[in-house]
Ligand binder design. Sequence first.
Ligand SMILES: [Zn+2]
Length: 282
Amino acid sequence: MFYQFSVGQLECAVVSDGQPGPPFEPALHDYFTPDSGVPDDVLRAAAGRLTLTCGYNCLFVRTPDGMAVVDTGLGASFLGYGEYIEPLVGQLEAGMKSAGFSRSDLAAVVFTHLHQDHSRGAIWSGEARFPAAVAFAHASELAFWSGPVDAPSAQPHIEAARETIRLFGKRLRPFEHGAELLPGVTTVAAAGHTPGHSAILLESRGDRLLCVGDTFYDPLQLTNPDWATPWDLDQPASITSRRAILERAADEHLLIHAYHLPFPGLGRVERSGAAFTWHPVC
Ligand SMILES: [Zn+2]
């Protein structure tokens, strides 16, 4: 499944790694919990539904320096969320083939962060899936996963994060915010979800797209920007980042790419009082 569009002169495509539908959609109460500041009755009243449609939307951009992908999905043979999910995800490479992209053509992999659902598609089965690609991740992200990791919600991600760091080796380049990784591709601070969680800005001829990674999982976090999830390692910081990103998105009328929203995860953000609303664009 893929969707092609452009940002100025940059040809782009969203290729899905999968999107489990009913009855396999995850429960909203797994994401928004009393422990992360969302009482069950508040969630019930706000949502009017019990599940969340979770896409895995990998963003491809053809730059003058070659094709790059931002985040790479869960990879094939993934059993981490239970057996049901295995046939429903890990579809990135099939989607790339449909879109006419070859693994060996990839010049760069950009990671918003190193959680397994963003990195495992680049390294599953212990093999670099994009053999010619260099990779980019924030310096704080690399430092975090390279050290002792105690947070319970981070445990499922350690193996993929460390394997990514090991397999790319010297080809994994740390970045700071505001860095231009490739022509038209720069990094934007969005820490909190993980220590080096980053947004990626594409810019060409006055057109701009902001890829926000896991800044939000559901439009409920636009109407309730202070809702965190168990996977936001620093919840106060994630809330601050979410508000800053959403304010910028709304005020600058940016096209937004949201990794986990329903395919293809493209939309715009409007202010609504002290909060925001999500408007899918296709
Ligand atoms: Zn994610």
